[in-house]
Unconditional design. Sequence first.
Length: 166
Amino acid sequence: LIQSLLIGDSATNRWFDKSFQLIVDGNGQATINFEHSWGDGVAVLRLMEESYKDTNMHHFVTPDTAPQPANEAMVKEIEFNLTPSLRSQIDKAQKAHVQRNSSLDFSTVEYDGLNKETIKKSKMSPDSIMQLAIQMAFYSLYKDFVPTYESCSTAAFLKGRTECMR
């Protein structure tokens, strides 16, 4: 599920150059892929939180909602005129994507004894614990440390937004 939501299976429906994309799988699990150089992550987070809240407050579709017939007049396939060279480059990029993704391995562990509230009661930051876990995992594999990236809000200051600390 994580691999499908984050990077896709075939490289045909992920657009990493777009501002953001909402990705929903067949079971209704959703995530957002967000390229944030154009703006602040806080704004996108707010949009997603409000959208989530709205969909939970206003149930336009429920398990009892009958399927609606599609209006085919509203849908038109876009046909691209691609040169053979460009088509070849696209095919090559797709194959490279699939090959790289096939070498990835995702594993998750759910541990209910440690959550955001527990960490905050200990006067620690949940983000810092996550960063520490990533560092420890990397070190256990490669016996080395890597640079860390963490967001830092400067929104309280003139022209402030979300910056990063390394």
